[in-house]
Design a protein around this ligand. Structure first.
Ligand SMILES: NC(=O)c1ccc[n+]([C@@H]2O[C@H](COP(=O)([O-])OP(=O)(O)OC[C@H]3O[C@@H](n4cnc5c(N)ncnc54)[C@H](OP(=O)(O)O)[C@@H]3O)[C@@H](O)[C@H]2O)c1
Length: 280
């Protein structure tokens, strides 16, 4: 069990992590401290989870074994500069900040042991998928702690090479957005046919949920499952013809590539900003 874990930024993802850690009893509420600038949000987190709250980033960082950076990419440089020189050997930084590279964090804060994670929003209900990597300075114990922390709100997958983080950003990090858009399109189409909206919602969500559970349990490739239900001249064949004609596969492939390129360019911008800051 961790003595103390702190979160810098008390937003959506920090809350998902706090919830996961508490529900798995990995830490007690009094071992969690969240640093958050907005008073109403601090009070909300304190009332909901009985965790400690503050608005002083440095104060929480220096007293914690693990410091989790949960701010938006545009705020991370300020936080790194604020923390610089305050962390000691034995402490671990875990960053969930999208696109911000290990070197940007490590050099920005002047600390070697850093873990970079790409989680996703289903973490909010304990069904997240987190892909992570670590600097060489991360010890075996810190590695195991990171695994346990990230496993508290879903599945976690360690990748040795940081290049996979930008790829994961495009596939699993941004992935829920693609799924929600498909859900929305199917619901609207069902309404267009004549279903009341609440029934359309249930039909679509249960179909997607059931298909995912079935695919995982069967262990079969999606193409095989699809072929099993595509009878000659049937409804699936008619629908698939239109999906292929509309370029569904190409559009999905282009979307994932665009998200990947955007993640890489955000990482490059962060590295450049950091480079400028250290020179001044
Ligand atoms: N949401 C996702 O699906 C997702 C997935 C993967 C990765 N991420 C990454 O996770 C990070 C957090 O995302 P989120 O969705 O949790 O964002 P969020 O809800 O906006 O949370 C960010 C929090 O940081 C606080 N903050 C701003 N400046 C700060 C500072 N200087 N010191 C301390 N706290 C500060 C904000 O305070 P205010 O209340 O004043 O705004 C806010 O509560 C982002 O970098 C994002 O890229 C998110």
């Amino acid at each position: 069990m961790l003595n103390r874990i702190s979160f810098i930024g008390g937003g959506v993802m920090a809350e998902a992590m706090v919830q996961g850690l508490l529900s798995r009893k990995l830490v007690s509420p009094s071992s969690i401290i969240v640093s958050e600038p907005r008073r109403e949000r601090r009070e909300e987190l304190k009332a909901k989870y009985q965790v400690l709250v503050t608005d002083r980033n440095v104060k929480v960082a220096v007293t914690s074994q693990v410091v989790v950076l949960c701010v938006k990419p545009q705020d991370v440089q300020n936080v790194l500069a604020e923390l610089k020189g305050h962390l000691k050997a034995g402490q671990l930084i875990i960053s969930i900040v999208a696109g911000t590279r290990l070197t940007t964090i490590s050099e920005g804060v002047g600390h070697g042991a850093v873990v970079r994670v790409m989680p996703n929003t289903p973490a909010q209900c304990g069904e997240g998928m987190s892909v992570w990597t670590a600097t060489k300075a991360v010890t075996k114990t810190q590695f195991e702690s990171s695994k346990a922390i990230l496993g508290a709100f879903g599945k976690e997958l360690f990748m040795q090479d940081e290049k996979f983080l930008d790829m994961a950003t495009a596939v699993s990090g941004t992935g829920p957005t693609y799924v929600f858009l498909v859900m929305e399109a199917m619901i609207d189409a069902a309404v267009h046919l004549g279903f009341p909206r609440h029934i359309a919602y249930e039909l679509v969500t249960e179909t997607i949920r059931g298909s995912i559970v079935y695919a995982i349990k069967s262990g079969k490739h999606p193409a095989e499952l699809r072929n099993l239900v595509t009878s000659p001249g049937g409804t699936s064949a008619a629908a698939l013809y239109q999906l292929e004609k509309g370029g569904l596969r190409t559009v999905i492939s282009k979307a994932i590539l665009a998200a990947y390129e955007r993640s890489r360019s955000l990482g490059e911008q962060g590295a450049t900003v950091h480079g400028k800051e250290t020179r001044t």
